[in-house]
Structures are given as structure tokens and as C-alpha cells.
Design a protein around this ligand. Structure first.
Ligand code: FAD
Length: 297
């Protein structure tokens, strides 16, 4: 099946095909076994054509951005992964149009240079525009839902645009999160005029705060758990004495207990066992359930 679909996909311009590609190369955790086929789309057209061809074969790919919120199993993914590497960014007045594979940092840098404020919060989030729209990524009081005006997606039936209210954004929730078969192609953000030096200073300040508080020197997928209402996951985990707790190569970060780091050749199994241990311990000690923010494949 994959051989015949690959033969057709090979003719799609700007689509690169990899067989048995280790997912550890495509996740910030640096963990994950091989997927059967990885399709790397370097243009929106390539992504749309790939989806159309896969549809004809009755195949649905897993959609990958920068892999910064993912834990992929050690045995890998028995299926097709479609990675978005299309990364055009255009500025039109106070609006920024970005393709889904554009890095959030690149969008933030473009906004800063053009004197557009409102995207500073996303500068240090190591995700793509597509992944950030799906996750409604946010930090330091900012959130994608505050700046996004429209997004475009491709489904089995065509390419569509939706406006802000249709995204049903909530805390790390969106219309797309509930519809994982839809592929976000691009997003448009509306920002406010600002002073480029002040915007740059804000981005530097946030980067400094991240470096101080987060274990950026180790591979991770950021905060593992969602913030339970009225609490902080990291504070609860620390309160339960779990900072530094280790299973195999996975460790609760000493710097920020909400992060699990790949300390030393961690496997997905190590991380999963550690997640379960944290959830059980926090529930036993505090009665609070920690829900995962990271996605598992
Ligand atoms: C050091 C570190 C710090 C972090 N800090 C923050 C933070 O401050 N705030 C925050 O919110 N997050 C943070 N994260 C988590 C992560 O960066 C965000 O969730 C980010 O938005 C994920 O984007 P991605 O492109 O990496 O998505 P991926 O991890 O590749 O995918 C995440 C989900 O989105 C789906 N997806 C990705 N792209 C598309 C697309 N184009 N169309 C449809 N579905 C898609 C995937 O199928 C998957 O379900 C951090 C992570 C790390 C490693």
C-alpha cells in the first residue's frame, strides 16, 4: 500500500518522502521510534496535494508541526506522518499572514521588525503556527486566541477558512484539537502598531524569564500538564517532593517541576511511567487530577 502511494507522492513538487523515519529526529523530546512514511511538505500546495492523494487511498496522516508538544512511542508510528515545513510569512498593514510551518519565533521577529506588537508572548514557544493554533498556545498572559483573526485548513472535501469565533478557543483547546483530521494550512494575525525597540525589549525580557525558570538546556516537550484550576501543576509536583524524581532517563526537572526532561537517553516508556507516577502521587497527596497537555502518539 505505502509503495504505491509513495510512487504517486513522488511526483508532488516540494514534497519530500522518508521511509521508516525516526520520529526522535522530529520531536523536541528527541524520543520516538520510526513512522512508516514521513512526508515533509515545503509548500502549502504540496500539503494539499498530499492530503488529496492520501484520501484517494483512504489514508489519514498524523499531522506534525515542530513536534514540541509530542511524545511518540518507542515502537514508533505505524502510519503516515505529514510534516508542515511551509513557512512563508507576509505582512499586510497590521496583519501578518503565516503558513502553518512557520516558527512562532520567526513570526514574532517579523512583527518586531515591522513595529507590530501583540505577538511577543509567542517568541519563546518552540512550536509552529499550525501547532500553536491547534493548541491555542499561550504564555505570559498572551494567547493565540487574542491575536488570530482567521485560519485556513484542508479537509477531505476542500480548503476552507474560518474566523475567530469558529475556532472555539479555550485553555489549550480549539476546534482543530477536536478535529484532528483537519490540517491547518495558514493563519492570519492582527497586531497593533508598536515601537520596534520596545517590542524587542519585551521579547528579550520574556526570553530571560524563560531561561531562568525553564530547563531549556535539556530536551523536553515543555509543561507536561495543564494548569489545574486555581493551582499550578509545577508547584503541586514540587510540593509532593517529586523534583528530580527519575525513571530511567526521564526526570522531573529540578528547575521547573512542571517539565519532564530527557536527562539521558530517555525512552517514551520512561516518560509515560513518570507521568503516571506524578499523576498518582499528586492525586494521593492533594486530591487534584493532573491532565496531560502533551499529545501522545
Ligand atoms: C521548551 C518548551 C517550552 C514550551 N513553552 C510553551 C508555552 O509557553 N506555551 C505553550 O502553549 N506551549 C509551550 N510549549 C509546547 C509547544 O511548543 C506548543 O504546544 C506548540 O504550540 C506546539 O506546536 P508544534 O508545531 O510543535 O506542534 P506539534 O507538537 O508538532 O503538534 C501538536 C499538536 O498539534 C497538531 N498539529 C500540529 N501542526 C498542525 C497543523 N498544521 N494542522 C493540524 N494539526 C497540527 C499535531 O497533530 C498535534 O496534535 C513548549 C514546549 C517546549 C519544548
Amino acid at each position: 500500500m505505502y509503495t504505491s502511494v509513495s510512487a504517486i507522492l513522488q511526483n508532488v513538487p516540494n514534497l519530500y518522502i522518508f521511509k521508516d523515519e525516526p520520529m526522535s529526529r522530529h520531536t523536541t523530546f528527541r524520543i520516538g521510534g520510526p513512522c512508516s512514511l514521513l512526508l515533509d511538505a515545503h509548500s502549502s500546495d504540496a500539503a494539499v496535494q498530499a492530503i488529496n492523494i492520501l484520501n484517494r487511498f483512504g489514508l489519514t496522516p498524523f499531522i506534525l508541526g515542530k513536534g514540541s508538544n509530542l511524545l511518540v512511542s518507542d515502537t514508533g508510528y505505524d502510519g503516515i506522518v505529514l510534516k508542515l515545513s511551509c513557512n512563508k510569512i507576509e505582512v499586510r498593514g497590521n496583519k501578518i499572514f503565516a503558513e502553518s510551518g512557520a516558527a512562532l519565533s520567526a513570526v514574532a521577529n517579523t512583527a518586531q521588525k515591522k513595529g507590530l506588537s501583540g505577538f511577543e508572548f509567542a517568541h519563546g514557544i518552540p512550536g509552529s503556527v499550525g501547532g500553536a493554533v491547534v493548541m491555542n498556545a499561550g504564555a505570559y498572559g498572551g494567547e493565540i486566541s487574542q491575536v488570530l483573526t482567521t485560519s485556513t485548513y484542508v479537509s477531505e472535501t476542500g480548503v476552507f477558512s474560518i474566523s475567530l469565533p469558529e475556532h472555539n478557543f479555550g485553555y489549550r483547546k480549539s476546534f482543530y484539537k477536536n478535529n484532528p483530521r483537519l490540517l491547518v494550512l495558514s493563519a492570519e494575525f492582527t497586531l497593533s502598531p508598536g515601537n520596534p525597540d520596545e517590542i524587542a525589549a519585551k521579547m528579550r525580557d520574556l526570553a530571560e524569564r524563560r531561561r531562568e525558570k525553564q530547563p531549556l538546556e535539556f530536551p523536553s516537550a515543555g509543561s507536561v500538564f495543564k494548569r489545574p484550576e486555581g493551582h499550578f501543576a509545577g508547584a503541586l509536583i514540587e510540593q509532593c517532593g517529586l523534583k528530580g524524581y527519575r525513571i530511567g532517563g526521564a526526570e522531573v526537572s529540578e528547575k521547573h517541576a512542571g517539565f519532564i526532561i530527557n536527562r539521558e537517553n530517555a525512552t517514551a516508556k520512561d516518560v509515560r511511567l513518570l507521568v503516571e507516577h506524578i499523576q498518582k502521587t499528586v492525586n494521593r497527596e492533594t486530591g487534584i487530577n493532573l491532565e496531560c497537555e502533551i499529545c501522545f502518539i
